[in-house]
Design a protein around this ligand. Sequence first.
Ligand code: HEC
Length: 473
Amino acid sequence: MDFPPYYLDHLAGGRLIIGLIASIHVLINHPLAVGAYPLLVFMEWRGHKLNRPDLDQLAYRITFVVFLITTTVGALTGVGIWISTSLFAPFGIGSLLRVFFWGWFTEWIVFISEVILIMWWFLSWKKADTPDKKRKHIRIGVALAIMSWITMAIIVAVLGFMMRPGEWSQTRTFIDAVLNPLYLPQLLFRTSFAFMTGAVFIWFATFFFTKGKQGGARSWVVERLSHVVTVATIATAIFGIWYWQAVPESMQANKSVALLSQQFSHWHDKYQWILGATVITFFLVGVIGVTSGRLLPRWALLIPTFLGIWMLGHFERAREFMRKPWVIGDYMYSNGIREDELAFLQSEGILKHATYVTHREVTPENRIEAGQDVFMISCSRCHSTTGLNGVIEKFTTMYGEESWNDDGMMLFIQNMHQTRTFMPPFPGNEDEAKALAAYIQSLRGTGETLHGAQTVGIRLPEPAPSPPPSPKD
Ligand code: HEC
């Protein structure tokens, strides 16, 4: 079976595809599941206590929108993360499954109960028509809000671990993996961010479901939620700074390439400026809402909405990039090679020990095809051939259109980690570096000498290296 489809390796590297799916997922999860659910339950509860059916009705309508988005795009991208990571980073996800076994185990139970609770909460809303039933209904909502937060709290442990495993590097225990140095700051940062953006979402949605009568549901939402936005924005800024300081220095050094890309790294000052402006915008929206909410028109809320999407998207991108060259800090490189097996592979050759390759050894006849295997193993997690972040484009930027010589390319490949610390060390031997250079040259020559590397990337391996012939044969 050809999967991912043929065009993918002309399009983007594996990490980018995982990243895009994961970012959409987080953009839905944080504001809607983690941020909006508890706020909507709060609204329902106030509606019940103050005996205000208009608040209840509004909460119900907004919940319908949240329900639709989280159970469709939210759930699909959640599954998409598993599919894409298993395809593009099987060793990385395998390690994470082993280290966090009980974490994932719990997560699946929590996740399934979350799905059941959202159905139950939303679909039984109208039936809760007596005070008793209403109280029970609100409790379902509270359980849902807690489960949504726990899901995030488990995943954040994994994310922090990937960047900075901390004590786990020595002890290899589950609990040390969870309590990694980035855990608490990141969890608090994401929680505040979720409330900040979830509140703006509900506020914005309210404009579509209410008329702006004085004292109506809209005024109630603006007044209460603007307080949430203000406080959550301050918390986001504080925890964001704390989080940043817990990031290892070697990774912080990647920031200017991480936030934009090499080409744009000189824009970095501007980027920080936009980041500051985003936080200030949220803060201003909150403060204006608190002091004179009626002045804030509907469209004005689109500004923090877009800035919020932008900020979270960029945050995830930077977090993923800064971790380079690691998929799990100081333990496993982005290409799935463990640090402790690197030296061995560099002397023995990587093809011999790979799981999916066609050729186990480089020979003069198979050089280009073997080079393609080497590309798949050591470059394709981050680079496509001719698409986004394509190697052809990268070498062209370095060498220009003309003078590409194999020796220069080999030298670059074998030292790439020293000169570009965000790339892992080349994990193969000299013959394999040569074969890789030949493959890249061949791609450039005709463009189509071979099929895209990722098309043929998943195929049955040749039988493992045959044992030395026994004297009997
Ligand atoms: C961990 C991810 C990762 C892996 C694996 C990786 N690279 Fe890169 N590489 C990058 C990134 C990121 C850049 C910089 C992209 C940018 O911002 O322009 C880069 C840049 C390059 C450049 C341009 C360098 C420059 O300074 O202009 C070349 C050439 C290159 N890579 C070749 C390779 C080859 C060949 C392999 C496989 C042996 C490889 N890379 C493996 C992430 C990776």
